[in-house]
Unconditional design. Structure first.
Length: 368
């Protein structure tokens, strides 16, 4: 019997990504097998490689979690999808950095007619993360104000468009003329931090969606929130400590969201005694939670969400957001399409300055 294989990109510690053969992944009863045509590249993929984003040992080579392609097999319980369907999806147990992968049927979205696989591959992480943090956890409503830090990023451009489509007033920080022009073109008020424009003065905001994350300006995020507002921090590219030493690491742990008095947390961030490395989550437990000036602080990347939660979000996106994508009201923004075998270059691009999403493209006949 012939053994089928698929080509995957894996790492050898900090060595360049290597293309290797692995057994063909077979779908479980509730999964589909997908011939991958394009892969969304995220900063987390690079940080996993260099050890700044921890995963279980069994997942250490599963960098990519979003891709687009066509269904090649369906599991026994799958009825909604069929062989040949063009889909974009999130993966769980199988890497998206591969010629073939498998994904839960509940995490699939149909590729709109006329959309390229590269464009479709840029959607899953940005839409799911944005929906979860801005709408589900952040509870943003029509007519309210959203601030997006990193508005010109692959996730930022989708967040701006989703919020605008839902009737919110959107503001976005970005660095430089090109990045700010893109944010304005998508409907946001652009705030150029490179020339000293201050996002606090344009607040307060109901939700702050901080894609970049930074302890250095964490206090200013708190200052810029309405009472009752929500701060959602996705990463710590600007450091995981505030200037007085308070750590922010537990914001991304399960149950890491909390309510706290806005004034109490501002006072704590100003108090030098907190410079002993205490975590903000632990500190908040000691503050006045009975106050009337509550704000909500938290943040989750989708890698840490369970399958049921992801499936619930994807169902909401299929119902409420994908029709807007089909109508052209939400559009992918692609920074670069990089050949699969040049993934190393894509990882260098992802940590540099760019606007929109970086995508790997997989040819029909992949050879080493």
């Amino acid at each position: 019997m012939k053994t089928y294989t698929t080509k995957n990109l894996v790492r050898d510690q900090l060595a360049p990504l290597q293309l290797i053969d692995r057994p063909m992944p077979e779908p479980a009863d509730d999964e589909v097998q997908i011939r991958v045509m394009a892969i969304g590249v995220n900063r987390a993929d690079y940080f996993i490689r260099i050890g700044r984003y921890s995963l279980d040992e069994s997942d250490k080579d599963n960098y990519g979690i979003e891709m687009a392609g066509f269904v090649t097999k369906v599991g026994a319980n799958v009825t909604k999808w069929k062989v040949g369907d063009s889909v974009c999806a999130l993966t769980t147990r199988s890497s998206a950095y591969a010629e073939y992968t498998v994904a839960p049927a509940s995490l699939l979205m149909k590729v709109p007619d006329g959309m390229s696989f590269a464009e479709a591959a840029s959607l899953p992480v940005g839409l799911v993360t944005g929906w979860y943090n801005i709408f589900k956890s952040g509870s943003l409503k029509s007519g309210q104000k959203l601030l997006v830090h990193g508005g010109a990023s692959g996730m930022g451009v989708l967040a701006i468009q989703m919020a605008k489509a839902m009737g919110a007033e959107v503001f976005a920080t970005a660095g430089g003329v090109e990045h700010c022009f893109l944010c304005r073109d998508l409907g946001a008020t652009a705030i150029d931090y490179k020339i000293g424009e201050d996002f606090v003065t344009l607040g307060p905001y109901n939700v702050i969606y901080d894609i970049l994350g930074g302890g250095e300006y964490f206090r200013r995020n708190i200052e810029a929130l309405y009472v009752g507002g929500s701060l959602r921090v996705l990463s710590f590219l600007g450091g995981n400590k505030t200037p007085n030493g308070i750590r922010l690491n537990k914001l991304h742990k399960p149950g890491g969201q909390f309510a706290v008095s806005k004034q109490a947390i501002l006072d704590a961030l100003d108090d030098e005694f907190n410079g002993d490395g205490v975590d903000l989550f632990d500190l908040a437990k000691r503050l006045n939670i009975r106050a009337t000036d509550h704000i909500y602080i938290g943040g989750n990347s989708i890698r840490r969400l369970d399958l049921d939660t992801k499936a619930e979000i994807v169902a909401a996106i299929n119902q409420k957001i994908m029709p807007l994508v089909i109508d052209g009201k939400i559009k992918p923004v692609i920074a670069a399409e990089v050949p699969f075998k040049e993934a190393e270059r894509a990882h260098q691009l992802i940590v540099g300055s760019h606007t929109g999403k970086i995508v790997l493209t997989v040819p029909n006949n992949l050879v080493r």
